[in-house]
Design a protein around this ligand. Structure first.
Ligand SMILES: Nc1nc2c(c(=O)[nH]1)N[C@H]1C(S)=C(S)[C@@H](COP(=O)(O)OP(=O)(O)OC[C@H]3O[C@@H](n4cnc5c(=O)[nH]c(N)nc54)[C@H](O)[C@@H]3O)O[C@H]1N2
Ligand SMILES: Nc1nc2c(c(=O)[nH]1)N[C@H]1C(S)=C(S)[C@@H](COP(=O)(O)OP(=O)(O)OC[C@H]3O[C@@H](n4cnc5c(=O)[nH]c(N)nc54)[C@H](O)[C@@H]3O)O[C@H]1N2
Ligand SMILES: [Mo]
Length: 769
């Protein structure tokens, strides 16, 4: 007897087909116009060889408990233990570390996307558990957008994400706009994703509507396919990491021709004069004109001056994606894009102006938000310490060191116990060989994982968790006005348990079980959060009761209609009556606050800084190709790299790397060949795809292939599988944001001879029973 049940994931809603408790297949939701192919491929991963089935403890840790400076983390065998023993070890370590070193020695920053679900939020559960137990060192900002999150509140004010409700939506762009200039493109592969779930994928059809309405698109990006074919976009292949220079060249052209929106800059912005002086070369003698910009960016001077004219003459939108700011000086292209839009004249006019992150997540630019939905209740963290999220290796390597961060001085804490739940640092962090060295520092690393990925292999204690298919919940995606029921589709594999149950039992052992669970079972929690949401939204939302909601499989939420605070339209109409939440109440073209920090790598106005690694720099003599490690089309980061869709994309078992045919020919690389991608930080194998969709001088190796070091435990050895983070640099964007700069890395590529080593990324470590 087949049963059909709703499934909610970060890549959309699906239907699970289950027969006698066995998951048979996952089908697209019938009303999703553009379902993601990632969904169906989840089935085979649910019971593959990489699944963690029982709690496991690293052998060396078990033998010599606890010790530091051990080189074996990441190379050692594991010993399977019962839950009772495993929880005893974790509880004992938490108690020991807290007593001996204080609560700040516990790291609970645990960055990561985990899975959809309002209650079973991995990070939410972990942080509630650690906060009730005395606190933990947290992390701040995201790997996605750290530079944006720190700089934008200085420039337009408010919460880092508040811009999402100020920028024009796709339907407004279709109706009113004539020209979209997208720095970093609008890759539809990325709009498969929406954090926390998504009822229907709408970005593709909305983009199509813009095109049908006659909107012209310009794709400023090293990769042509960053815009869909149907958009028929003009492609400006820009040298990676030079967007700020391109925008300065356009801005200079606007200024010297008097095409800029002087009225808006005078009434609604502050500090344009200071910036104009920089543009014209007042301070450094270098006018940032189109010829200057053309030399840096590789773009035609005429293309830049043409954009200056078209952006100002037409109803235009300046769009910027997130990849451009995951780079050295990543704050600059974000800040400069706001300034460029302010100059162009469409800011605060219907369907025009500025926006970030279009198509990076489906709901961005689709809906301005949804009403709040209850989730696992947060508990204030008694420990004030935090680190900027991407400074984890620095913290482990250099406790006690001080760093700058957004006008403050932070002292990096000494971490003794690292607790990771719902993220994969050996996927997401840069310079993995450095992270592997840093990872030897703490006494103990605890990881909750469903699969033996690299972070599990680098842990001391691995606790197997149930996946999103293996527990009851409901999902409410980012900005998506919809609730989706998440019935338990199958039983947890092996002995795995939910994160919540693991923490509930640990809390019980540590003496605060009732505070953690509030005496509710998991089912009661889910029902409670749903009913809380239902009553908070009241009659108007007309949500059914929980049992009826489960029967229907979901329910729509009322969309948010605004008015949204601080919209640019109100600012343009009357800046005195509708100030932005910035110090000046206006858009800060010049920020006195940032200027007062005195940073040599982030001045008081948008500035072109030469990146540490780029095609125009000295290092390109040794490593002449710019590595674009963008988001993978075939999965979410490292999640379901072991799923069917991602496995199908591999070339002879390796992650594909796309190379321009000119660069391939110069190196004797054939389509489908296995190559070695390398620099002085590391190297990996990958399968070559030759395509002119990537500009010459650039290679694309997307993130997420599980790291497979040739000789685990030995620093610097070749990755057999193709994780670009063995090549990227662990370098902060600047002293302002301390964000990650993964997109600033140069490499060389060469053919790799036969024989090829096996890929063992999906094989579990050696396990003793
Ligand atoms: N070179 C380079 N590196 C990058 C980027 C880049 O562009 N280039 N992008 C960065 C960006 S934008 C991001 S957001 C990060 C993403 O980095 P992560 O968010 O760390 O990546 P994921 O692969 O999503 O990792 C989630 C992990 O949680 C596990 N998991 C899933 N559900 C659950 C659960 O319910 N409980 C528990 N305990 N675990 C669960 C999954 O198995 C997986 O291992 O990567 C960053 N890294
Ligand atoms: N399928 C899929 N979708 C995803 C994700 C995923 O893992 N898989 N991850 C999600 C997450 S967590 C995030 S944060 C977003 C990220 O969204 P983005 O950061 O926007 O996505 P990326 O794919 O990293 O980059 C998009 C394009 O930017 C271009 N680019 C790179 N460097 C430069 C540059 O210096 N200048 C210019 N002009 N262009 C450049 C590249 O050609 C690249 O293809 O995507 C989300 N969507
Ligand atoms: Mo991200």
């Amino acid at each position: 007897m087949e049963r059909r049940m709703p499934v909610a994931t970060h890549w959309g809603s699906f239907v699970a087909v289950v027969d006698s408790g066995r998951l048979v297949r996952i089908e697209p939701a019938p009303d999703d116009p553009a379902p993601s192919p990632i969904g169906p491929g989840m089935v085979t991963a649910a019971d593959d060889a990489a699944r963690v089935l029982r709690p496991a403890v690293r052998k060396g840790w078990l033998d010599g408990l606890p010790r530091t400076g051990d080189r074996a983390r990441g190379a050692d065998a594991f010993v399977e233990v019962g839950w009772d023993e495993a929880l005893g070890l974790v509880g004992g370590e938490l108690r020991r570390v807290r007593e001996r070193y204080g609560d700040a020695a516990v790291f609970g920053g645990s960055y990561g996307w985990a899975s959809a679900g309002a209650f079973h939020s991995a990070q939410g559960q972990l942080q509630r558990f650690l906060a009730l137990g005395g606190g933990y060192t947290d992390s701040r900002n995201t790997y996605s957008t750290a530079a944006l999150e720190v700089v934008l509140p200085h420039v337009i004010g408010g919460h880092p994400w508040s811009y999402q409700s100020r920028m024009p939506m796709w339907d407004e762009i279709a109706e009113h706009a004539e020209l979209v200039v997208a720095f970093g493109g609008l890759a539809l592969k990325n709009s498969q994703i929406n954090p926390g779930g998504l009822a229907r994928h709408r970005t593709r059809d909305l983009q199509r509507r813009c095109r049908d309405a006659g909107v012209r698109f310009v794709n400023v990006s090293p990769i042509r396919s960053d815009t869909a074919d149907f958009l028929d976009a003009e492609w400006l292949p820009v040298v990676p990491n030079t967007d700020t220079a391109a925008m300065l060249g356009i801005a200079h052209t606007m200024l010297v021709n008097g095409w800029h929106d002087e009225d808006f800059l005078r009434r609604c912005c502050t500090g344009f004069d200071r910036f104009a002086d920089y543009l014209l070369g007042g301070a450094d003698g270098v006018p940032k004109d189109a010829a200057w910009a053309a030399r840096i960016t590789g773009l035609d001077r005429a293309a830049l001056t043409g954009l200056a004219r078209r952006l100002t003459e037409r109803r235009s939108v300046v769009m910027v994606n997130y990849a451009v700011q995951r780079a050295d000086h990543g704050e600059q292209p974000i800040w400069m894009s706001v300034v460029l839009a302010a100059m162009a004249g469409s800011m605060g006019r219907p369907g025009g102006g500025w926006g970030a992150g279009y198509a990076t997540m489906d709901a961005t630019g689709v809906a301005p938000g949804r009403p709040p939905v209850a989730s696992v209740p947060a508990v204030p963290n008694p420990v004030p310490d935090f680190i900027p999220v991407a400074r984890i290796a620095d913290t482990l390597l250099h406790p006690g060191r001080t760093i700058d961060y957004d006008g403050r001085r932070l002292t990096l804490p000494e971490l003794r116990l690292v607790y990771w739940c719902g993220g994969n640092p050996f996927h997401h962090h840069q310079d993995l060989h450095r992270l592997a060295r840093a990872w030897q520092a703490p006494d103990t690393v605890v990881v909750h994982e469903a699969w033996w990925n690299t972070s599990a292999k680098f842990a001391d204690i691995v606790l197997p968790v149930a996946t999103g298919l293996e527990r009851e919940d409901f999902a409410a995606g980012f900005s998506d006005p919809h609730l989706t029921a998440m019935p338990k589709v199958r039983e947890p594999a092996g002995e795995s348990r939910t994160d919540h149950r693991i923490f509930a039992e640990l809390a019980e052992r540590l003496g605060y079980g009732t505070e953690f669970t509030e005496s509710r079972t998991e089912s009661e929690w889910v029902r409670h959060l749903y009913e809380q949401t239902r009553s908070a939204l009241g009659e108007a939302a007309a949500l059914p009761d929980y049992d009826e909601f489960r029967r229907r499989g979901g329910a729509p939420l009322p969309p948010l209609t605004g008015p949204f605070p601080g919209g640019f339209a109100e600012l343009r109409a009357d800046p005195a009556a509708h100030p932005l939440p910035t110090p000046s109440g206006r858009i800060e073209v010049f920020s006195a606050e940032i200027d007062s920090f005195g940073y040599d790598d982030c001045a008081g106005h948008p500035t072109w800084y030469e990146p540490a690694e780029w095609l125009g720099g000295e290092r390109a003599g040794r490593f002449p190709l710019h590595l674009v490690s963008n988001q993978p089309a075939s999965r979410l980061h490292s999640q379901y790299d072991n799923g069917g869709h991602s496995l199908d994309s591999k070339i002879r078992g390796r992650e594909p790397v796309t190379i321009n045919p000119l660069d391939a020919a110069a190196r004797g690389i054939a389509d489908g060949a296995v190559v070695r991608v390398f620099n002085d930080r590391g190297g990996c194998l990958a399968g070559a795809i030759l395509s002119d969709e990537v500009m010459p001088g650039v290679v694309r190796l997307s993130t997420g292939a599980w790291w497979d070091p040739d000789q685990p435990g030995l620093s610097g050895t070749l990755d057999r599988h193709g994780n670009p983070n063995v090549l990227t640099a662990d370098r902060p964007c600047s002293r302002l944001s301390q964000g990650p700069s993964a997109l600033s890395a140069l490499v060389e590529v060469e053919p790799h001879g036969e024989p090829l080593p096996d890929v063992r990324a999906f094989a579990p470590p050696e396990i003793e029973r």
